[in-house]
Design a protein around this ligand. Structure first.
Ligand SMILES: [Mg+2]
Length: 161
């Protein structure tokens, strides 16, 4: 309030935003770290989905010859494509729903939601959805499509299976 009082003619947007933003409390840092980790996991899962199903014959040979135990594991996962795809899609959805829930909690920590329904809509739906789509789905899939051999090594074979 003091900052606004100093300015004799504050811009309307400045007034709106300063009453909307509550600050960045310590628990928001923790929540943000969890969100970033979950977003990375969602990206790895989605990238693996593309990678597993876009191996070329040359990639399969490479896996068979050069990548030892983990390469064999990837090939054996690929031999059960229905189970693999179901596992990938279900875990990706779990993580994505978790991201939506936790980011909603984060916005309640950082923003004054009740007095600004439109800004709340913009933050919770537009921003969260764009981040989720760009970093959790689109970019990893584009990358995995170009380098499918590298991708599944990052997490799937070691952590989940
Ligand atoms: Mg994802």
């Amino acid at each position: 309030m003091e900052e606004i009082a100093l300015d004799p003619d504050p811009h309307l947007l400045t007034v709106m935003l300063s009453s909307f933003y509550k600050g960045f409390p310590p628990e928001a840092v923790f929540t943000l770290v969890i969100l970033i980790v979950m977003l990375i996991i969602s990206g790895l899962i989605s990238g693996s989905e593309t990678a597993f199903f876009s191996f070329q014959p040359a990639d399969l040979n490479k896996l068979r010859k050069n990548h030892g135990k983990r390469g064999k594991k990837i090939l054996s996962l690929r031999n059960r494509p229905k189970e693999l795809l179901a596992t990938i899609l279900i875990s990706n959805n779990f993580i994505n729903v978790g991201i939506v829930i936790i980011s909603t909690y984060l916005t309640t920590l950082m923003f004054n939601l009740k007095s600004h329904p439109v800004l709340t809509f913009v933050v919770q739906i537009v921003i969260v959805t764009s981040f989720l789509l760009v970093f959790g789905e689109i970019l990893p899939k584009i990358y995995a499509n170009k380098k499918p051999v590298i991708f599944p090594f990052s997490w799937l074979t070691l952590l989940l299976f």
